[in-house]
Design a protein around this ligand. Structure first.
Ligand SMILES: NC(=O)c1ccc[n+]([C@@H]2O[C@H](COP(=O)([O-])OP(=O)(O)OC[C@H]3O[C@@H](n4cnc5c(N)ncnc54)[C@H](OP(=O)(O)O)[C@@H]3O)[C@@H](O)[C@H]2O)c1
Length: 230
């Protein structure tokens, strides 16, 4: 797979970049510094891996990006980490909201796999127990690009159908960061319960907040959890 991918990130989840080391070694040696606006002009795919609530900030970057460029959204909504967004709390799938913010279609991928999993657990295609990663989107060609990237990164892509259905791979669903194989992931996507996921996410926050480690490491998070009467 010889493609040019632009990554908007540099945080923990930037492990997807390992893919570049596999496929673009020669080009990396010839790399030169360009602005974000220039960099997104000549790529087949853009991988967005920034805090969820920051998407409105990057919208202008897409003004002149060709329609054929595939945009991959890796984000997750954690209201206690950033800010509450009424549309999402009302049930709008997270990547649908992202798509609206940047004004173009997105494919949801890599959101349901931890950075540490990406960095350490990728395996060659066909390996026994290879971990599967859900890919949701409305454009089959765009989804195929994302699926190839998932495969090249060391994971089995699983089509989780359209973006409206992408809540099935959001935080606190059975498919979210649970390191399942393809058949297990398909079953997990089917068994997701849309109403329970936000409740599970809140319960997780309360569980974190009650642990001594969290109290020591993330005092701000703990304060927010207490404000929610955990
Ligand atoms: N970490 C994981 O295991 C994991 C797993 C699945 C999905 N995700 C999702 O991936 C996304 C990124 O997570 P992360 O763990 O990598 O977060 P992170 O370590 O906090 O990194 C976030 C990155 O986004 C950049 N950023 C923040 N605001 C920005 C803006 N307005 N424009 C451009 N870049 C901006 C930050 O740059 P500065 O440092 O310069 O501010 C930082 O490099 C989140 O939506 C998260 O839910 C993460």
């Amino acid at each position: 797979m010889d493609r040019k991918i632009f990554f908007i990130d540099s945080g923990r989840h930037a492990g997807i970049r390992g893919f570049l080391r596999l496929s673009a070694g020669r080009r990396q040696k010839r790399a030169k510094a360009v602005s974000k606006e220039e960099a997104v002009q000549d790529v087949e795919a853009i991988v967005l891996s920034i805090p969820f609530a920051k998407y409105p900030d990057v919208a202008p970057l897409f003004n002149n990006v060709p329609e054929a460029t595939v945009v991959i959204d890796t984000s997750n909504y954690y209201p206690f980490r950033e800010r509450a967004i009424a549309d999402i709390d009302g049930g709008k799938p997270e990547s649908v909201w992202v798509s609206e913010q940047i004004g173009r279609p997105v494919v949801k991928a890599f959101n349901a796999v931890l950075a540490v999993t990406l960095a350490e657990k990728g395996q060659p295609s066909g390996a026994s127990g290879r971990i599967a990663v859900p890919v949701a989107g409305d454009d089959p060609e765009a989804k195929a690009v994302a699926a190839k990237l998932v495969d090249a990164t060391g994971f089995d892509p699983v089509d989780s159908v359209g973006l409206l259905n992408s809540w099935r791979q959001q935080p606190s669903t059975p498919a979210y960061c649970t390191e399942l194989t393809t058949s297990e992931l398909k079953a997990a996507l089917q068994s997701a319960d849309k109403a329970r996921a936000p409740e599970n996410r809140e319960a997780l926050l309360c569980s974190f907040a009650s642990s001594l480690v969290t109290t020591l490491s993330f005092p701000a998070l703990t304060t927010k959890a207490h404000a929610r009467s955990c």
